[in-house]
Design a protein around this ligand. Structure first.
Ligand SMILES: CC(C)(COP(=O)(O)OP(=O)(O)OC[C@H]1O[C@@H](n2cnc3c(N)ncnc32)[C@H](O)[C@@H]1OP(=O)(O)O)[C@@H](O)C(=O)NCCC(=O)NCCS
Length: 189
């Protein structure tokens, strides 16, 4: 097994078809593959755990600048984390989200930031991600915000602090409302 990484728009077609099929199983749209799943403005990069020509697990890294507490940070997050349903529970997802954390740091991000359903907190913590207690990630746009604590949608916020400036501001993220605003395509990556 190996992990491959491509800009999302450059994933080879046979691999992309498998990624789209996995995403459709997990988050059905009923539509045809649009070719890419994310807003190109967020520099989407696909990380694929492959076994030969078979995609076993996939995720996408998204990134943007984040202003928080009067500082500007380069933030990246995980999106569309999925393992082939026939191969779940064997550590493949964990291997990929662990590698993604290291990759986000290597790409020069100040911090990693994303949300997950609360039952998955332990899964991400095992990969080195930490929960931001009481924090809320505000997706969408300033005009049409899409917060992670809106009614019926109680998500945990996961983070990794990689750069010295981000680590110095670590406590400014606890119990904070973090205005990420990734836009209207990836409303809450
Ligand atoms: C979440 C997911 C990527 C994990 O992939 P995986 O390859 O099975 O992960 P691993 O084998 O490394 O780890 C599995 C562990 O994740 C946790 N886990 C996975 N899904 C879970 C769920 N729905 N609820 C609670 N825990 C879950 C469990 O602790 C599990 O351990 P177990 O197998 O001993 O019970 C996979 O279940 C999946 O594709 N789910 C559908 C899409 C999804 O929900 N993605 C996450 C979006 S934030």
């Amino acid at each position: 097994m190996e992990i491959l990484e491509y800009p999302e728009a450059e994933v080879p077609a046979p691999l992309r078809a498998q990624v789209w099929a996995l995403q459709e199983q997990a988050w059905p749209t009923g539509g045809a593959d649009p070719g890419t799943s994310h807003d190109p403005a967020l520099d989407p990069r696909s990380m694929l755990l492959v076994d030969g020509s078979a995609v076993v697990a996939a995720l996408d890294l998204l990134g943007k600048e984040l202003e928080h507490g009067g500082e500007v940070f380069a933030a990246r997050g995980l999106s569309a984390v999925v393992t082939d349903p026939g191969r779940r529970g064997r550590g493949h997802g964990l291997a990929l989200v662990t590698a993604a954390r290291a990759r986000i740091a290597a790409l020069g991000a100040d911090l990693g930031l994303f949300t997950c359903d609360r039952p998955l907190i332990g899964f991400y913590e095992r990969a080195g991600w930490e929960v931001l207690p009481g924090a809320v990630l505000i997706g969408g746009t300033p005009e049409e915000p899409f917060p992670s604590d809106r009614p019926g949608f109680d998500k945990a916020v996961l983070a990794g602090f990689f750069s010295a400036p981000a680590r110095a501001r670590r406590h400014g993220f606890d119990r904070a409302r973090i205005a990420l605003h990734p836009g209207t395509v990836d409303r809450l990556w």
